[in-house]
Design a protein around this ligand. Sequence first.
Ligand code: FAD
Length: 259
Amino acid sequence: MKKINFKTYTSIHIGPSLHVEVITKPLHIKSDTFLLGGGNNILVSQNPPKMAMLGHIFNFLHVKNNLLHVGGATPSGKILSFAKKYNIKNFELMQKLPGTLGGMIKMNAGLKKWNIFNYLVAVKTENGWHKKKDIEFDYRYTNIKGTIYEATFEIHNGFDLELVKMFKKFRDNQPNLPSAGSCFKNPTDNFAGELLEIAGLKGYTKGNMAFCKTHANFLVNLGDGTFQDAIYLIELAKRKVFEKSGIKLELEIQVVSKI
Ligand SMILES: Cc1cc2nc3c(=O)[nH]c(=O)nc-3n(C[C@H](O)[C@H](O)[C@H](O)COP(=O)(O)OP(=O)(O)OC[C@H]3O[C@@H](n4cnc5c(N)ncnc54)[C@H](O)[C@@H]3O)c2cc1C
């Protein structure tokens, strides 16, 4: 067990302090237990379910049979540095993309046409290896049910520094206040940020939580913001956007709560 203070661990700086089970070998995690990655895409209530996280043993990178093997707990920055050092391309999108491999694969993290699934070969869960062709995936979606312990990727030469610069520039323009990344997924042919703005919610504040003044789709913590205020804004946004544009927004952030 490891004590985690979610107020400092999560990127949105909300949540209680509690003990999380540390997984040290591949096993079935009970379905009532939430699997924690780096905490960059989650909003944790004061009353969360039991949680587990991968231990250090799953933080690794190595090359075998011309495939890059990456452990589920490996942070994005470490993967990016490895790719740069060994001149491997297609990992540039990890520049300033906060997360661990498990979280990035589960969420199919990425930006525009660059997604982590693009060069993925297979994913290992407690049920063995699953080839990419057997996994359903889409924009910020996968149907992976179990725990991601490891994944393999194709290796292509040519780490692209220009692409790294582009990702850096893009992410430097994102708000630097605590957030969990984009709050809502972009609906087909629409941008969630624009819909929120049309609904009058850009900069809208409740307590110390707000839809950012510069990027409406970032739900930001202005300091000591609460789970309740975050949920209030999320529900308000869903209602207002539907009233204004007839579109049902879908959350990208994962809400971690028993109720
Ligand atoms: C400032 C900022 C900018 C961001 N920009 C982007 C962006 O450009 N593109 C983008 O896609 N995302 C972005 N995000 C969101 C976030 O970086 C990604 O969703 C990332 O993949 C989260 O990884 P994590 O390890 O922190 O996962 P967590 O937030 O801890 O968990 C996310 C989900 O993954 C699951 N999970 C975690 N580990 C595992 C595992 N080993 N096996 C199975 N499931 C697991 C969790 O149960 C949960 O459902 C941003 C976030 C922030 C704070």
